[in-house]
Design a protein around this ligand. Sequence first.
Ligand code: HEM
Length: 156
Amino acid sequence: MAWEYLKFFHLCFAFIMMGGIFLSQYAIVYARKTTEPGIFATYLKMSAVGGKMSMIGLVSVSLLGVLTAWQQDLDLTATGWLNAAYGTAILALIIPFFTFARWEKQAAQLMPDALTQGQVLPEQHRLVGGPQYRGINIVMTILIVWMLVLMVFKPF
Ligand code: HEM
């Protein structure tokens, strides 16, 4: 019966992860709209909090997922959808470190210049709103939807 509890907590952390993603995404949408440096900096911090929340959620979801599968007596190495889930989770963990987190950090490092000029710099808006940021957003959305397809339909 332990797997029911594990699955319940697995789902709780999936909601925490999704909450973090929404927080981060909303903060960035508003950061793109403002020209006021102080407000921009606050949204960047909110996005960083959301990012941490989603990463902690993803690691916990994955660990609890493996424990659930183990308690369900699934073969942890030879079950297709589980293997695909490991790969998807690893990609979803790694990609944001080299993209969102890096770009938002670069935008934060430009804050002193923005404060001197009294407005958000075009480079800061480009870092969090340019095509590269939007492109990775699409990649991450596809990964999350793919993960849900794996979980619910277990296609292989
Ligand atoms: C390495 C990562 C993961 C592993 C090993 C894993 C494993 C599992 C297992 C064993 C179950 C129980 C299946 C069942 O009882 O039918 C499950 C269910 C579920 N997982 Fe995951 N999971 C992982 C990541 C995720 C992530 C990131 C999400 C959210 C995006 C997620 C969402 C769900 C959902 C919604 C269910 C319920 C599916 C249903 O009952 O139809 N899982 N997962």
